[in-house]
Write a protein of this length. Structure first.
Length: 474
């Protein structure tokens, strides 16, 4: 099986989860307008735009991460097993292998060098109304640590600055920021290979916050179940995936800083204008009839890609705090700031509360600092349903327990948060955190616990509505 974007799209197509657009579209706003309209109608298929105005032979793909079921399809598991499956496979990395490059490698079927390597050859998308410029929004990036020589891969955004230049967003929490700082201190550029079109599992591996020194391409191999095949870049001392749709070879230059943004970020609000280094393109290689992939920032397509990786980190941390964790979820509705935790609490030998739910929520905060709201619920609550979690808050939660008078919330007024949070003014100010315990107390009597039983009807699961409701004619 090919480890590429085309295979992933074929998989979604076979499952009826891919829409194709044949009419020509404008890369500026129209592509994302279609995705946004689908979202407003409650629809989240992957979409491939097969005709881009001014770019014959190119296609654009989006919404590959817009639902949990898509990620499950790529992993070959059930949607409620995504986090567990990711966590298990990330524990079993498979090292990449080097294969022959040149025309035999799909990612180098077309090679543009020198003045021919212009970004005007790529249909970079303008996503939102006030975005400063076209962007590479799914900038899977391979670089090398200038000190250790170890490879690193992450996902970043790049604003087009000129015909052959970008300005990247290098936040202080990004690995690439540390690598560039090391290079700049040596007075040399940082070589980067930008890949806006790879297998979704490779993008997930790049999104995962792995320990320093980890080769994320080996993590990608673990997710895929086989080694990622690499070829040597044409103008850089780097290796790149042989099956990539597009490879932009570039160097992040030391010295000057240039404006980057506004751009609608993960919070679906415009990030403030920051200063970033100039990035100079040295080559562009791509497949014949290439597909450019975008991440629809601020929408489920981008949020879910980051969220499932956060879930892995939270799952590992919370299971250190309690053996009763049955699931964790970072919902797209919370833009990556919210977390739901399901658990089966264990009472003390006297049948009283242990308080482990508070340890669990604190462990989640330590694992992912972007989280600012955590709701702990019992294991009978469907944490993948906002309605079910809100229902638990409505029916099982009091800020102050009516019997014990204990508080069921904890407010942490100043802790590390997300720099893309508009409520902290898109800066690295300390964030407030809210932890809410919506679990049922362990020491209730059977009569008290029965008061939380949700009423149900008899036979609704066997009803065929077609036998009861008349079809309306127009």
């Amino acid at each position: 099986m090919a480890d590429d974007l085309r295979a992933a799209l074929d998989l979604l197509d076979a499952a009826g989860d891919l829409e194709t657009v044949a009419r020509p579209v404008d890369r500026a706003w129209e592509v994302t307008a279609v995705l946004d309209r689908l979202e407003r109608d409650g629809r989240f298929p992957a979409v491939r735009f097969d005709a881009v105005q001014g770019f014959p032979g190119w296609a654009i793909a989006g919404n590959l991460f817009a639902t949990r079921s898509k990620i499950a399809a790529f992993l070959g598991c059930a949607p409620d097993r995504v986090t567990e499956t990711l966590a298990a496979r990330l524990e079993s990395p498979i090292d990449p292998i080097l294969v022959s490059g040149g025309p035999a490698a799909p990612s180098q079927e077309v090679v543009l060098l020198g003045d021919d390597a212009t970004l005007g050859r790529i249909p970079l998308v303008t996503h939102h109304e006030r975005d400063a410029a076209p962007y590479v929004s799914l900038g899977v990036t391979i670089a090398r640590d200038p000190e250790t020589g170890r490879r690193n891969m992450g996902v970043y955004r790049y604003m087009q600055h000129g015909p052959r230049t970008f300005v990247p967003s290098l936040t202080s929490i990004a690995n690439i920021s540390d690598l560039f700082k090391k290079a700049e201190e040596r007075g040399v550029p940082l070589e980067v290979a930008i890949l806006p079109g790879v297998h979704p599992l490779l993008a997930l591996a790049a999104s995962y916050s792995a320990p320093t020194g980890t080769d994320e391409l080996a993590l990608a191999g673990g997710l895929l179940g086989r080694p990622v095949e690499l070829v040597r870049a044409r103008t850089l001392d780097l290796e790149v995936p042989a099956e990539a749709e597009v490879v932009i070879e570039a160097r992040i230059m030391p010295g000057g800083r240039y404006p980057e943004a506004p751009f609608a970020d993960m919070s679906r609000s415009y990030s403030r204008v920051k200063q970033g280094p100039m990035t100079e393109v040295s080559a562009i290689t791509h497949r014949r009839n290439p597909i450019l992939q975008l991440a629809f920032s601020g929408h489920p397509d981008a949020t879910n890609m980051a969220a499932v990786c956060h879930e892995v980190a939270i799952l590992r941390a919370t299971r250190q705090a309690s053996r009763g964790i049955t699931g964790v979820h970072v919902p797209a509705s919370g833009y990556g700031f919210h977390c739901y935790i399901a658990m089966k609490k264990r009472p003390t030998v006297e049948g009283r509360e242990r308080g482990e739910q508070m340890n669990v929520m604190l462990a989640a905060l330590g694992a992912v600092p972007q989280i600012k709201l955590i709701i702990a619920v019992d294991d009978d609550v469907d944490i993948y349903s906002d309605e079910a979690v809100l229902g638990a808050l409505a029916r099982r939660f009091q800020v102050v327990d009516p019997i014990t008078r204990d508080q069921r919330i904890l407010v942490i007024p100043a802790a590390k948060g997300a720099s893309y949070d508009p409520s902290s003014f898109h800066r690295e100010y300390p964030n407030s955190k809210l932890l809410m315990d919506a679990t049922i107390r362990s020491d209730l009597t059977e009569e008290q616990r029965n008061g939380f039983t949700e009423a149900s009807t008899v036979g609704a699961d066997r009803i065929d509505l077609a036998q009861y409701l008349e079809e309306r004619t127009r």
